[in-house]
Design a protein around this ligand. Structure first.
Ligand code: COA
Length: 240
């Protein structure tokens, strides 16, 4: 498809159904979740285990064939925990899996296809057990994790820092830097005196933003009719 062929009212119906799915099936799976949870493709989000907490305005952007999985593991003597701050973005294909504790600071953005875990899950010599191959992972505020990054046990990523696409992060990364590579190393310093524009600046008034987006989609879909939409589903052309 080259464009959205749905009439505006079908799009609104779809959005309402999606919101209902989130309220009915996803929200109850969090131990706590703040207002403004916004989920694209809710059936592509899987929560597993206890102790999963999120603040306000969490945006989960799953996609067909690109699930988001947030999971905590119960090892018998300990249950993992995931703590997500406010205004966090988690993109398609992310796996965030805690044996001990993973903390994601407010305004953090995590791009597609990352694997973030606080455990190796198997001991070096006793492959049947985890032993002590786990340590908490912390992202401070306003961290940006690029596509297909892997973050391992015991890592702290400092405030405002960026991790370049494809990096493997095995050691702490300080605040206000860009780090990349395997293993990730600092490649640039950021200027901490410059003002950062944050997700919370954009989404703080989410009602107003929602109305603006709704107005835009009403305008963009204004020529779509039920007939052309159904026709595009059963007999698509190059213009659909
Ligand atoms: C990390 C990133 C933001 C840095 O961008 P930048 O500040 O413009 O950096 P530059 O392109 O100037 O690169 C600086 C150096 O780091 C290297 N570098 C940059 N990104 C790298 C990466 N992901 N892995 C390894 N090296 C990298 C460059 O090759 C360059 O090396 P050189 O000085 O030896 O030539 C960018 O490279 C990146 O990874 N972007 C992807 C972001 C993403 O995943 N977005 C998805 C949507 S959220």
């Amino acid at each position: 498809m080259r464009r959205d062929t749905r009439p505006y009212f079908i799009r609104r119906l779809r959005d309402s159904f999606s919101k209902w799915q989130v309220r009915q099936f996803l929200e109850p799976q969090f131990d706590s979740v703040g207002p403004g949870l916004d989920v694209a493709y809710p059936q592509g989000v899987e929560l597993w285990g206890a102790n999963i907490h999120a603040g306000s305005h969490l945006h989960l952007r799953a996609a067909k064939g690109n699930m988001i999985r947030l999971a905590t593991w119960d090892s018998g003597d300990r249950v993992g925990e995931i703590h997500i701050g406010d205004f966090v973005l988690i993109s398609p294909g992310n796996q965030i899996i805690a044996s001990e504790r993973i903390t994601i600071g407010s305004n953090t953005m995590i791009a597609s296809g990352c694997y973030i875990s606080d455990s190796d899950w198997h001991d070096t010599y006793d492959r049947t057990a985890e032993q002590d191959k786990h340590a908490p992972v912390t992202f401070e505020e306003n961290v940006w994790i690029g596509s297909r990054v892997i973050v391992g046990k015991g890592v702290t990523i400092g405030k405002n820092s960026i991790i370049g696409a494809g990096a493997v992060v095995t050691r702490d990364i300080p605040a206000n830097v860009i780090a990349a590579g395997n293993p990730a190393k600092v490649i640039k310093e950021l200027d901490p005196d410059r003002e950062f524009r944050l997700r919370s600046d954009m989404l703080g008034d989410s009602e107003a933003l929602y109305h603006e987006i709704d107005k835009l989609s009403r305008y963009l879909l204004r020529h779509n009719t039920l007939f052309t939409w159904v026709r595009s589903l059963i007999k698509p052309t190059r213009r659909d």
